[in-house]
Design a binder for this molecule. Structure first.
Ligand code: GUN
Length: 306
């Protein structure tokens, strides 16, 4: 039976540090960081994530704004909004919540954010720096995963790391970070042949493909560390009971909200893995904490406060 690897405690520690530094800067320099989240359209999950980020800014003493824009906004109008934020002295971080409506090209939009304000670390300049193992703003979820492993003294060096999912948000930047930490990295995706066999070679397995409970015990090497990045909405009560048995918290979720959040990893994996991050309370809280730290870092770099 493995150990649940919660991200909550570390997330709290990171946020405490950010909060202290923000209050120090406000006292000594009379300045505070500012973050703007841009939501294009009305994607429900994106609305929830942005609200969580906004609440966290409030707790940190970071100024925050959410820009709600219509789904049919044209690319040049959106880029001109971003340009205005690029110019604003009081704004240090700009994040465009993904996914964007299909009419917008994320590459073109992200490219219009000033790299020093790109607190998501998705701009080609920041991703290039990451590939070259240089200091810079790095994507929050992969950064959270690396910090969690380091914090628990789970070494990456020399380990077989298998990442399922090749997204810009998690899979690709995480592969670069794991490589920089001297892991031996394989990225798998929907076209990978013999996926479960490849996964079963991993000392560290990261599931980030967005398919609820897809990673079953046959994907797992005995004693592996398993990181579950999935955030899937499960509405089917019977399916929930077949996965989790009698689970009061999840039953309450379905009764009150109509869904319960589940990861990409099947709950039975805990019996084979050494460590498994839960969903919720695993990697999610770290993503938000690292966004706060990135915003503080961007602020300090822009204002020459380091
Ligand atoms: N959508 C899901 N995760 C993220 C994230 O970390 N940043 C942005 N901008 N969009 C997301």
């Amino acid at each position: 039976m493995g150990i649940w690897l919660e991200g909550k405690t570390l997330a709290k520690e990171i946020k405490e540090k950010v909060k202290k530094e923000v209050s120090y800067c406000l006292k000594k320099k009379n300045q505070k960081p500012g973050l703007v989240g841009i939501l294009v359209g009305k994607n429900k999950a994106s609305q929830v994530y942005l609200r969580i980020k906004e609440r966290s800014c409030f707790e940190m003493g970071i100024h925050s704004e959410i820009l709600n824009l219509p789904a049919d906004i044209n690319p040049s109008a959106l880029k001109s909004k971003i340009e205005t934020l690029n110019q604003r002295e009081d704004i240090d971080g700009i994040l465009v919540q993904l996914p964007l409506p299909s009419s917008l090209d994320p590459y073109e939009i992200i490219n219009s954010i000033l790299p020093e304000k790109d607190v998501d670390g998705f701009h080609p300049y920041n991703l290039g720096n990451l590939l070259m193992n240089q200091i810079g703003l790095k994507p929050c979820t992969p950064l959270g995963i690396i910090e969690l492993l380091k914090n628990r003294e789970i070494s990456i060096e020399g380990k077989r790391v298998v990442i399922i999912g090749r997204s810009l948000i998690v899979g690709k930047p995480l592969a670069a970070m794991m490589t920089n930490e001297n892991g031996t990295v394989t990225i798998c995706h929907s076209r990978t042949k013999n996926l479960s066999q490849v996964a079963a070679e991993a000392d560290i397995l990261v599931a980030a493909m967005g398919r609820g409970a897809f990673v079953t015990p046959e994907f797992i090497k005995e004693g592996a560390t398993v990181v579950d990045v999935g955030m899937n909405y499960l509405t089917d009560r019977e399916k929930m009971e077949s996965l989790f048995g009698k689970d009061e918290k999840r039953e309450k979720d379905i009764n009150e909200k109509g869904y319960t959040l589940i990861g990409d990893v099947h709950p039975l994996v805990i019996e084979k893995a050494e460590y498994l991050t839960p969903v919720p309370r695993g990697v999610g809280p770290l993503t938000v904490a690292l966004l706060m730290r990135n915003t503080l870092d961007a602020f300090k770099r822009r204002k020459n406060l380091q």
